[in-house]
Design a protein around this ligand. Sequence first.
Ligand SMILES: [Fe+2]
Length: 173
Amino acid sequence: MTINTLEEKFTHELGAIYDAEHQFLDAQQTMLESASSADVKAMLKKHIAETEQQIVNLTRVHEILGLTAKRVTCDAAEGLVTEGNKMLTATSDVPALADLTINGANSKVEHFEIACYRGLISSAQMMGQAEITRLLSENLQQEEMTAQALESSMPSLLQKAMATSKTAGMSGT
Ligand SMILES: [Fe+2]
């Protein structure tokens, strides 16, 4: 792969986030099946719907550039999904720990997506692409709101995980 211009770099990274969003959509659907907490389930359902809209927005961004949307394998997304699934399998016997794992895995994903969208938006602004900037900013805002929501629900999930660990005979006394 050779990239010589800002436009080419933008197009490559656009294809990568387009792939990443598809990967994260599948991962969230898997996590929804494993979640126990009503809050975690509601959060996942809300963000699954948002992710579907984000994929539509990314398709539109490709169209504006005269391109057909194409997934460019995002290795970073694959790593995040693999790590999340590994932890989910490891905690699957303890629902409170699995919920906490889902929250944490999604938080990592959201912060990754935020960095991707901020980079793309900076490039789109530099290239004078106003509509593309607007569409990507819509996605960014949803990722930022989701990251905040995940952080807010973390303390209660931690408390439940702590209570479960105590009843399971956590050592240290
Ligand atoms: Fe997201």
